[in-house]
Design a protein around this ligand. Structure first.
Ligand code: GAL
Length: 683
């Protein structure tokens, strides 16, 4: 049994039959069956059709859709339909509509037109979710619940009075008293001392920079407020249909929502990913989000949405050239997805997404797109045995939302150029290129089984988190501007890296942010390389804080700056197994290579540039993202599930093509592997 009751890999997409006359539905399900579609996401934006008037339901059309799907072997990922409130709700209760930071109420006419804190909205969603669960709980097509849709896509926050009251309740819970809030927010600065909670507002537009601690709590609150909306619906679904798994589709590495918290509240992680076909590096960026999705619940996940070809919301919407749609789908599976689904099944005739690609394009069954759909359906069937298989990684990247929110507070940081996604990618890119499997972990997460932990940035670091890293017996790498503030965004006494000082054996004397276009050179692995964006004036110290000068105590200097303002100063250090970088070298590969070698971390396979190698259980995925054929020397023989051919030794993989090997000897080899961390899938 997989993540849902559907066996094998999931294939299909968002299906919006309400946008089409019923006679089209027969063709839809016939073609779905032909393409091997086994799951459709339905009713995502159907609230106004399902409940046209308050409490009055029109389920007839959806009954027929559900029956048709089931009759054709297609399971339903059934939405609770609450992603867009119907016009009657927002007209009768205008306070349901969200308000922006300037106080402007946003009108109806798009989607997600709701205030996350609105009791009217919440009550109406729960009522609809219950009606859906009672209506379809026993329907044989129902395989998974899809609550709302892409929370925070358009509406992450609302600044209305209702939200303000909700925020104050949340603050009272967090800080206990208004004095507690004053202390945490440092309101003595700029005369912001509050004497009552009802004086506190959301961070609406103000004359100057808003208190960053207020912004940080606001980010936490907004993630929690939407999570409450999700949980209210989930409670109803769990009560009525406890056996049906619940998901909501995530949006890859999204700043607005703390996905560690969110993933803990759902049964299955699902993601929507739209790598830009025009960006030659997008397969690397998206691989990081796929690894995050797998790590969130340490189990396989579902790619619930991707584009068959072009999207409709970029400046220029590049189509996917031949081979890319298949390759990107296989890539998600290679990174732990148990399904490759799409937005959407049939290309729309009207609306803002009428030019968005689909599995069944405007051109119908004669189109290139439809041929690709048929071919992918067949390929995913061939890979059925991969479903549920685990991924093993010995390297973990630390990602924490609190720290991210603190780091990217506008208007109060030494530099706005330190962006967490870029910092993560600076490490992930070379790991990906080296064919090394990577998990992500939250601060204080379980580190057992990892040999290397990399914190590209831990701007916010508590004493507890420092102790967590100290207790890690493997190799640790900490990136710049870490250990700077506590959980209230207040600077650690004595300066950065605060509670990490004893572990890392350095103190930051002064931050040295680099404006765009400037570099600070350093000598690394025998070469002078530029650091961009950021550098630091470091002092090397022993654990007691005594400066050791060039004696270094337990701290070795791995690299020094050469030239520039920081000429001769320390750039990279190591104390025991902990490496600290006070800068972001253009390429961290030399540091990484040394750490991986010391930790005994091996690549999944040795592959040429542009080829991605991942392992799932006994399966080796080799994905050629280049447009040229490449040669790969197989370390062990296997059977390519895509072609059925037995392969061994040197093989050639054509441009934008892939090989998925069931390894012949892996059963034996696996028992030899020394205590790997296994991300258990459903077995
Ligand atoms: C997603 C959304 C879908 C569709 C898609 C288009 O963000 O969930 O409903 O709009 O984007 O790329």
């Amino acid at each position: 049994m997989g993540l849902t009751r559907v066996s094998g890999l999931l294939f299909g997409g968002d299906y919006n039959p309400e946008q089409w006359p019923e006679h089209v539905w027969d063709e839809d399900v016939r073609l779905m069956a032909e393409a091997g579609v086994n799951m459709a996401t339905v009713a995502v934006f159907s609230w106004s059709r399902l409940e046209p008037r308050p409490g009055e339901y029109d389920f007839g059309w959806l009954d027929r859709v559900m029956d048709l799907l089931h009759a054709n072997g297609v399971a339903a990922d059934l939405a609770t339909a609450t992603a867009t409130p119907p016009p009657w709700l927002v007209r009768e209760h205008p306070q349901v509509l969200p308000v922006d930071a300037t106080g402007t109420r946003l009108d109806f006419g798009s989607r997600q037109s709701y205030c996350p804190s609105s009791p009217v909205f919440r009550t109406a969603t729960v009522r609809l979710a219950r009606a859906m669960a009672e209506r379809y709980g026993d329907h044989p097509a129902l395989a998974m619940w899809h609550i709302s849709n892409e929370y925070a896509d358009h509406t992450l926050e609302c600044f209305c009075e209702e939200s303000a009251r909700h925020f104050r309740r949340w603050l009272r819970e967090r800080h206990g008293s208004v004095d507690g809030l004053n202390a945490a927010w440092g309101t003595s600065c700029w005369g912001q001392h509050y004497t009552a909670f009802d004086q506190v507002n959301p961070p609406r537009k103000a004359p100057g920079p808003v208190n960053p601690a207020q912004l940080l709590d606001w980010r936490r609150f907004c993630s929690d407020a939407l999570l409450e909306c999700f949980e209210l619906e989930r409670e109803v679904l769990r009560e009525v249909t406890p056996e049906i798994p619940v998901t909501t589709n995530f949006m890859s590495v999204l700043h607005g929502l703390d996905y560690w918290k969110w993933a803990g509240a759902e049964d299955v992680v699902s993601d929507d990913a739209y790598p830009d076909p025009a960006d030659p590096t997008s397969h690397v960026t998206v691989a990081l989000s796929y690894d995050l999705m797998r790590s969130l619940r340490r189990q396989p996940w579902i790619l619930l949405e991707q584009a068959a070809s072009a999207v409709s919301w970029r400046e220029v919407n590049a189509p996917k050239p031949p081979g890319m749609m298949r390759l990107h789908s296989l890539q998600a599976v290679a990174h732990g997805a148990d399904g490759a689904m799409f937005f959407q099944w049939r290309q729309a005739k009207y609306g803002p997404e009428k030019f968005h690609s689909a599995l069944l394009p405007h051109g119908g069954v004669a189109s290139r797109g439809w041929r690709d759909t048929l071919a992918l359906g067949a390929d995913l069937k061939r890979l059925a045995e991969v479903a549920g298989t685990p991924t093993t990684a010995h390297v973990a990247l630390v990602l924490g939302w609190d720290s991210w929110w603190g780091l990217e507070a506008p208007e109060s940081m030494p530099s706005n150029r330190l962006r967490l996604k870029e910092l993560l990618q600076a490490w992930y890119g070379p790991l990906h290129a080296a064919g090394v499997a990577v998990d992500l972990v939250p601060p204080l997460g379980d580190l057992s089984g990892y040999r290397v932990v990399i914190a590209p940035n831990l701007y916010m670091c508590t004493g507890e988190q420092a102790a967590w890293l100290e207790a890690f017996p493997g190799h640790l790498v900490v990136g710049p501007f870490s250990g700077v503030v506590d959980s209230d965004d207040q600077v650690h006494e004595g300066g950065a890296p605060g509670p990490l000082r004893a572990l890392l054996g350095v103190t930051v004397d002064e931050f040295w942010p680099l404006p765009e276009g400037t570099v600070q050179p350093l000598r690394l692995a025998g070469r002078v390389v530029p650091a961009r964006t950021w550098a630091e004036w470091l002092r090397v110290e022993d654990a007691s804080g005594d400066t050791l000068g060039d004696a270094f105590g337990g701290t070795e200097v791995l690299a020094r700056y050469e030239g520039g303002d920081l000429d001769g100063q320390v750039a990279i250090t190591r104390r025991g197994k902990a490496v600290y970088l006070g800068c972001l070298p253009e390429d961290v590969t030399p540091v990484l290579t040394e750490v991986l070698a010391a930790a005994g971390v091996e690549p999944v396979a040795v592959v040429p540039e542009g080829v991605e190698a991942t392992r799932r259980g006994d399966h080796l995925f080799l994905l050629n993202h280049t447009t040229d054929p490449v040669k790969v020397d197989l370390a062990e023989p296997g059977t390519d599930l895509l072609t059925g051919r037995d392969l061994a030794g040197p093989i050639e993989i054509p441009g934008r093509d892939a090989v998925v090997l069931r390894l012949a000897n892996s059963g034996a080899r696996r028992t030899d592997t020394e205590s790997p961390l296994t991300n258990e899938g459903e077995r």
